[in-house]
Design a protein around this ligand. Structure first.
Ligand code: SF4
Length: 75
């Protein structure tokens, strides 16, 4: 299982996550920040669980995020 967390309030809209993992991320037309598709919002932390064993595209997105607000945990 993969757990992705996005601290959305701190997103600066650089768009790297959308480019690297388009299956999971989109840019919001409302505020220009990235949105983690299907995530649950809890006090600004958006969390999504995937059944995959790995998620290399999301790991690349986390590595590329300039403000380090994407966490990918594989359990
Ligand atoms: S890479 Fe980070 S700062 Fe850039 S849009 Fe994605 S979450 Fe926001």
């Amino acid at each position: 299982m993969v757990i992705i967390t996005h601290h959305r309030n701190k997103c600066i809209g650089s768009n790297y996550c959308v480019e690297l993992a388009y299956d999971q991320w989109r840019t919001s037309k409302k505020d220009g920040k990235a949105t983690l598709i299907g995530a649950t919002d809890k006090k600004g932390f958006h969390t999504l669980k995937l059944d995959n064993e790995r998620s290399d595209t999301n790991v690349r997105a986390a590595d590329a995020c300039p403000v380090n607000i994407i966490k990918v945990k594989m359990i």
